[in-house]
Design a binder for this molecule. Structure first.
Ligand SMILES: Cc1cc2nc3c(=O)[nH]c(=O)nc-3n(C[C@H](O)[C@H](O)[C@H](O)COP(=O)(O)OP(=O)(O)OC[C@H]3O[C@@H](n4cnc5c(N)ncnc54)[C@H](O)[C@@H]3O)c2cc1C
Length: 303
């Protein structure tokens, strides 16, 4: 048995769902990405730490992902093991009247719905972001004037070696699309959020308003990974791209959205290579015409 097969056997012993050569196009909102050698769904801290420790012993790299809504995975896929969080990592509870403990694998829509049901305000800005709570903490996701930094006060995690720990407050290093988890290789397991008491109808109205704004401005009907570029200081990436005449520009199956120039959409058969080439066309054109350097917000994964 090679290392990947040994890890698969371990996943089976632990009762985790797993598959070999799993196409990552099934796990990214771009619908792009070649196969991961091994894809495992871990439903408990015990399973997760055992899989991580065994992967380290076997020197197999592993990566924890959320909903794949901010990732561009290479056409040759991911060597090693990809882990998605499920089971206990989907649970959302209320340990204190206005404090929510949210599993990192829970979709942001579930977190927002939970907050609404408990008349808790502060998380409305997350409504419509198609990621998990863990992915949102990792990225310090934000929209419409809110960001995770405003509500997230601690994260429970597992280090790459399989040890459990917590980061609180400033140690989370939350800044624009960045957190300590962007580089420390730990898996985020639970988020602790401080919300405040609100009026349920006002919360609902705010969520409806925000989703309406998204639907009118973003190409939600097509596969994408949201905004491709970070907001450059004093500019909006989408506006610069549009001003440079790049709306609708395409490479292979990837195109700059004609609805929102900050998005690249998969027209059906786009490859990672198409998207990378289009990104490079956009960056060089915008730099030549405006002098502004666009930095990618989406995470490039794989070779
Ligand atoms: C239509 C659309 C609209 C969007 N709108 C917004 C928006 O308004 N604002 C915004 O900020 N983003 C937006 N995004 C981007 C994306 O949804 C967010 O960045 C989201 O937070 C990513 O979450 P995810 O679970 O999909 O993470 P993934 O894409 O799965 O992962 C992103 C990174 O986080 C890491 N990661 C994920 N989960 C964990 C974990 N538990 N532990 C450790 N590392 C982890 C992954 O390894 C990867 O490096 C949008 C995307 C789309 C497709």
């Amino acid at each position: 048995m090679d290392q990947i097969e040994q890890l698969g056997a371990m996943a089976q012993q632990l009762g985790c769902a797993y598959s070999f050569h799993e196409p990552m196009s099934r796990h990214t909102t771009f619908r792009i990405g070649g196969p991961a050698d091994l894809f495992v769904s871990a439903g408990s801290r015990e399973c997760l730490s055992q899989m991580a420790r065994r992967a380290n012993e076997l020197e197999v790299p592993y990566l924890v992902i959320g909903n794949g809504s901010n990732m561009l995975v290479s056409d040759s896929g991911i060597r090693g093991m990809v882990i998605a969080l499920t089971g206990e990592f989907n649970e959302i509870t209320l340990p204190q009247p206005q404090q929510v403990r949210c599993g990192a694998g829970a979709p942001l829509s579930a977190l927002c719905t939970f907050a609404l049901e408990h008349s808790l305000s502060g998380a409305e800005f997350l409504w419509g972001i198609p990621g998990t709570a863990g992915g949102a903490a990792f990225m310090n996701a934000g929209a419409y004037g809110g960001e995770m930094k405003d509500v997230l006060f601690s994260c429970e995690h597992m280090t790459h070696d399989g040890e459990f720990g917590v980061l609180t407050g400033e140690a989370l290093e939350l800044s624009y699309r960045h957190s300590a988890y962007s580089y420390n290789q730990s898996a985020i397991l639970f988020l602790n959020l401080q919300l405040c008491a609100g009026d349920q109808e006002e919360i609902r109205a705010k969520m409806n308003d925000l989703i309406g704004r998204r639907r009118s401005k973003q190409p939600l009907e097509m596969p994408s990974a949201g905004s491709v570029f970070k907001r450059p200081p004093d500019h909006f990436a989408g506006t610069l791209i549009e001003q440079c005449g790049l709306k609708g520009q395409s490479v292979g199956g990837a195109a700059v959205s004609s609805k929102h120039a900050g998005f690249i959409v998969n027209q059906g058969d786009a490859t990672c290579e198409d998207v990378l080439r289009l990104i490079s066309v956009i960056q060089s054109t915008v730099f030549k015409q405006t002098g502004v350097e666009l930095e990618c917000e989406i995470r490039k994964i794989g070779q």
